[in-house]
Design a protein around this ligand. Structure first.
Ligand SMILES: [Fe+2]
Length: 277
């Protein structure tokens, strides 16, 4: 691994005026609702939320709000802001000139009396969804960025151990405008059933140095995919390439190509892996 320092978790802030993700997501989810000014943390008051099922391994990422987000004609605007964010805020933390970046951030919603990841996995009912991403095929040279757009409380947030095997799980109490970087491939993390009430809305994504990616067997990359949707861990599928020198993103290693709009393969019904988090 090129940068072992990145395995240590870190919380940092960003400029919400330039990267107005909360507003963009509010526009995607609420603009055509009866109360478009409803805050994201109260989105559970909508009738559309009332029929939400408890998230399970078999039914992750498919609540009404997930589909609304991934199928929205407004999603390209959010993805453009995401790429600007990766280029400006995230890329400087990595040593390589070229980075491998999750093509689209994974959307999460943690409604009252629910989880944001499958509640029926992990083997410990007190820690719903307990896992590390390597359990679900993610390479361990990958680093996670977790970005909430609402206030996080102990019951509606991510619980994370500080290092692999430590088991010292702590609730990550961030707010809109903050980012958690963590080694999700190896550090275990889980949810709680949200008994406190406010909804948490967030997205998360993964980044690694290209030199670490190059050390992974191409055969492995072609063979291994996300566990539910079977999205291959390859460029043009789960990942895209970012070049710091040209400040361009590409779906391919050999063809320089600026990505301005999502490709057809992600335009409809895209959802990341159940455990791509
Ligand atoms: Fe995860």
């Amino acid at each position: 691994m090129k940068q072992t320092a990145l395995t240590k978790e870190r919380v940092f802030s960003y400029d919400t005026r330039r990267f107005n993700f909360a507003e963009l997501i509010q526009d995607i989810l609420l603009a055509d609702m009866a109360d478009p000014a409803l805050s994201l943390e109260h989105i559970h008051r909508l009738d559309k939320a009332k029929s939400s099922h408890l998230l399970t391994f078999a039914s992750d990422q498919n609540l009404y709000f997930h589909n609304k987000y991934y199928d929205s004609p407004k999603l390209p605007k959010l993805l453009a802001a995401y790429r600007d964010f990766v280029s400006t805020v995230i890329a400087p933390q990595f040593a390589d000139d070229q980075l491998i970046v999750q093509a689209k951030p994974t959307f999460r919603i943690h409604l009252p009396n629910n989880t944001a990841i499958p509640s029926d996995t992990g083997g410990d009912p007190s820690r719903p969804g307990l896992h590390c991403d390597a359990d679900y095929n993610h390479p361990d040279v990958e680093f996670n960025f977790w970005v909430p757009f609402t206030q996080c409380l102990p019951d509606n947030t991510l619980h994370l151990e500080s290092a692999p095997g430590k088991g010292d799980f702590r609730p990550m109490l961030l707010n809109n405008g903050q980012v958690l970087r963590f080694w999700g491939a190896r550090c275990m993390h889980h949810n709680k059933i949200n008994a406190q009430g406010p909804t948490r809305v967030s997205f998360d994504f993964r980044v690694m140095n290209k030199s670490d990616w190059d050390a992974i067997s191409p055969t492995w990359r072609e063979r291994v995919a996300t566990v539910q949707r079977r999205i291959k861990f390859t460029l043009g599928n789960y990942y895209m390439l970012y070049n710091k020198n040209t400040q361009r993103f590409s779906h391919h290693e050999t063809v320089e190509e600026t990505i301005s709009l999502p490709k057809p393969w992600v335009a409809s019904g895209y959802a990341s892996s159940v455990m791509a988090r």
